[in-house]
Structures are given as structure tokens and as C-alpha cells.
Design a protein around this ligand. Sequence first.
Ligand code: FEO
Ligand code: CA
Ligand code: CA
Ligand code: CA
Length: 630
Amino acid sequence: MNKDLLQADTAPRNEQDSDFSKIIDAGISRRRFMQGGATAMGLFLAANPLGKAIAATHADSKLLGFSKIPTSTADTFVVPEGYSAKPLISWGDPILQGAPAFDESGMQPALAQAGQFGDNTDGMSIFPLSDDRALLAVNNEYTNYKLLFKHQGKALSHDDVKKAQAAHGVSIFEIKRTADGWEYLADSKYNRRITANTEMRLTGPAAGDELLKTSADSSGTNVLGTFNNCANGETPWGTYLTCEENFNGYFAKPGGGQDKHLKRYGIGDDSKYQWYTSDTRFDVNQEPNEPNRFGWVVEIDPMDPTSTPLKRTALGRFKHENAAVTVADNGHVVVYLGDDERGEHLYKFISKHKYNPSDKAANRNLLEEGTLYASRFNAVAGDVRGTGEWLELTFGKNGLTPENGFNNQAEVMIFAREAATVVGATTMDRPEWVAVHPKTKTVFCTLTNNKHRGKKAGQPVGGPNPRAENHYGQIVRWKEANGDNSAMHFKWDLFVVAGNPTVHKDFYAGSANINDENMFNSPDGLGFDHDGRLWIMTDGAYSNKGDFAGMGNNQVLVADPDTGEIRRFATGPISCELTGLTFSADKRTVFIGVQHPGEKVESHFPAGGNSKPRSTIMVVQRNDGGVIGA
Ligand code: FEO
Ligand code: CA
Ligand code: CA
Ligand code: CA
């Protein structure tokens, strides 16, 4: 750890930053959390005498116009009164010419899946073509062998591995507005499947490095495919960003003997998906550098189905959740990036060059060069707010030197997690999505949960991670100095601390804006709509028992970032996660992803009867045609 950095000035900056004072003064989290009084450590252990008696501070948000809905344990997708929801597309629906219709036998070959919508819909973005037509670019994060194959994964052939690889990646397809919603066009010239075998290129500071070369690619720049595409981002220049998350689950080093890098990134001696059994590039003994070619953010031009996806190594290699892009007032492009693992870090990238709204071609390379930073949150004793700073991940600075194992910038990017540790970044409670408020530029990040907090070395309780054995999660927000998203300092607080006020009276009851009518656990998906409503999607425990009693199935909530009020908007079917969110340009449709219905508990969503459950994108509209959420 770098001593100079530890001694850096941690005093609050920019006292005249009135916007931020205002959001802090909303005091949402603080009120309940301060009930225990006391010092930092005492605070986290103290009882909360008011418990659920503290209702949401303001229940009269002018931003939220819909009626809250109760929790649900039903096998359906529920939206508020006056809204309707219907499926747009489900796993296995054909999107390329010649692809067959979905067949739930599990017997369709790899070739069929390669022309169909991939499995387990996740992050997605809309790219308008006109008022009534648009492209959807959608991540297909992973697949469930119990549903994908008739043999449920017990007898994996070479074609089965190819089929699983084809169920992953990204699906791009055209959608068209109709009299009663939107439908997808199976024969559009824009439609495209990107899979674990699509040709793509590594670009940026790590491209061509020795650590990216393999037996099939002596250049270290040509890589096949993307997988475990979790969440997403979109750029102001019209490209789609897909983020590679748990890539480790596809690689194995049979016999063991992992080095420290493989260990830090979680690559074991066997693998969940078993691709290495028939595809040697996933066997680390045979291709030691192949894992280094995954864990990146990939930039895709959705308008050109022949374009080569570009892996942007300047954004670092870790288990990427999403990529929240904003343009700072000075024109530099800023991308906020979470690394979803217990005790990992939160990052931001600042482009070297400036965004130029009138030069699309130049913007296309803005993610090629820039500087990556990891965050450090300074805790203020006895409070759940404080200051923070961005620690530069550049070779030769902040201890990123050969003595600490880094020989060049490529290695800093490839082993970004290890670099973040060297510079002293804060370990977080699993940073999932980041979202930037469209007007105030305040940044929000879901910290989904962390059972290791307070138990594992290096994961102390405190700051933005205030609870040991955190099963509920929280959302941290910060405002950069002077409202400049390219600044090096920020102030933070907790927007909401999830909890269960019907079960707990202490800090596990949650913050003051949580009550028995809006409680949830494990916030994950996060995004703002055009008017500044904050949409929260959960990927949590759905047992509806014990700590999670009364929470029901996974859900979507909408928050007013000014008042702190949070209202439940949607509930998903059995054993699903709700993830992926995008809005039509006219604000009158929201697309919501239903991932892995029936993952652990039987579901027949969306077709009902005895049908196989299928991951599905839902189209949600108001019956009166009004603005969603208003
Ligand atoms: Fe793919 Fe962290 O969720
Ligand atoms: Ca997620
Ligand atoms: Ca999650
Ligand atoms: Ca998921």
C-alpha cells in the first residue's frame, strides 16, 4: 500500500458544493442509522430504538405517480394498477433468418441456438431507428444446463458445448411499435447474434501483450467471443457496451496449481460449464493466457451487424457488472465500473481525449486511451457518509512498479484487481450496477450484499459497507468535487440501506426509507429514466422466510432521489432475477428483463401450464399511454 496516499488529505472538499449538501441533508440513511448514536464501531452494533416506526421521510413524491404494489410469490410478472406487461421475446425465439422456432425438448442443436435469442437476458440498451422502430442490444449472461439439454448437462457432447457457447453473448434485434405495444422482427437486416465464438479484437494498452498471446493468436489481439455478459452501458456516440463478469466459471486448470493471478480471479481446477472438456482453449494447462482475454468491457456498433466487437482493455480486467457512461463538463468521457465480488473494488475510467458531438468517427475510439482509477472511501467516525478519492492505476505510480509485480501498463490493466489492492482501494460489498443521475450527475452504485463483511481479512465493517454479514445490501451515492465527474475527490452517503423492519429492530431493519411496504434485499440492476427516477432491480433471496420474510419474489422498485421515497413497481415470477432495463425514447415503454425463472424452484413462466420456464423480456406500458413511472 502506498504511504503517501494513505496520508493524503481526507478533509471534506468544496464546502460550497450546495447541491451535494442538499442530498446529504435529505438525511435518509443517516436518521435511522444515527439512532444508536455512539462511535463508528458502536454504531454498527447498537440497537435501533425507532425501528420501523420511522416511515419514508416523504411519501408524497411528485416524481413517482404510480400506485405501489405488494410483494408476490406468484409465478407471474406483476405491474401497478393502470399498467400492463407482455412478453417481447424469450430464450430460444428465432432472430436470424432460417433459425427454427424454440423447441423445449432440449434436443435442438448448436446451430439452432446460434440463430435464436440467447439465454438468461441481462443488461440491455435501446437504439432508436425512428419513432416506431429501434434496435435492442441485449446481454445473454449464462445458461442453465438443466433447461438447455434433455440430459440436463449429464452427458455433454462437443455439439452441446457449442450449443452452450451459442446461448451466451449478445443478441441484437429490431423491434417495431404496434397498436398494442412492441414486437420484435425476426427477419430484420440488423439482427445479429454475438456468441462465445464471434471474432473480436482486443484494443488499448494491453492489446498485443505477451500475456494475451495464445497458440491460436500470436498477435495477442484476435480473440473469439464474449460470455457471462452481465450488465451493459451505452455511449453518447451510439455504441453498446457489454461487460464480461464471471468468466472464471468457463476455465479450468485440471490438476490445480493455480498462480496468484488465477486465484485472485477465481479460476479453479474444474469449471462450472465444463467447456474445457471438449474445447482446449478453456483448459488453462493448454492455453495459460486464454483467461486473460476475458473480463473486459466490449464495445459493439449495433447499427452495423458486420462490425467487429472491440474489447477495451483501458477499462481494466475484472468481473465487470456494468459500464455507466457520462460526459464530464470538460468533455472527457467518464465510465464508472463495478467489480461484482465480495470485497472487490469500484472503478472509474476517464478518457484521454474529449467527446466531440460532431465527430462520430473520432468518438469511436474514446475508450481506447485514458486513465483507470479505483475508489477509496474515507469513513467519518460515527457516520455513514464521508469523503473519497480516486486512486490512479498507472504503471510507475502509486506503487504499481516491478517491485510489486507490475512490469508495464498492460499488466496493470490485466491484473487490475491486484493493482487496486496495491494502491489501497476500499473493499466493497459486491459493487453491481452504477447509474449517473441525468441532471445532477450524482452517481449511485448498488452494493448487493456480502456475507464475508466483518469476517474475512481485509473486509472491515465501516464506511459504505456498514454491516457485518450483510445479507440485504445498500446503495451508496457520491457527488464528485464541483459536480465534475472527472474530479479526483468526492463526497458520499448511503441512499438506502436495505433491510427487514418486520424481523429486525437494529441496523438490519434498514434505513429510514425502508418500511414493511417497500422492503427488498440485494439491490443489483440500477438505472435512471429520462426524468430522473431511480429504478432498482433485485437479485436476492426469494425464500420469503426468516431474514427475508415478507419480501417475496425478486422485484423492481422506483425511488425519488431527492426525497428518498422508494415504491415497489413490479414483481417477477418464481425463482427469477429481474435484470436489464431500458426505456423507449418517448418514455412510454419500459423493457424489463426476467432472468432465470425457475432457477431453483419450479416455474412455468411465461407460457404457464407445464411449459419449460424461459428467460423473457417484458414490455411494460401504461394503459392510458402515459409516461412510465409518472
Ligand atoms: Fe451478473 Fe453481478 O450480476
Ligand atoms: Ca447483476
Ligand atoms: Ca447479483
Ligand atoms: Ca443473474
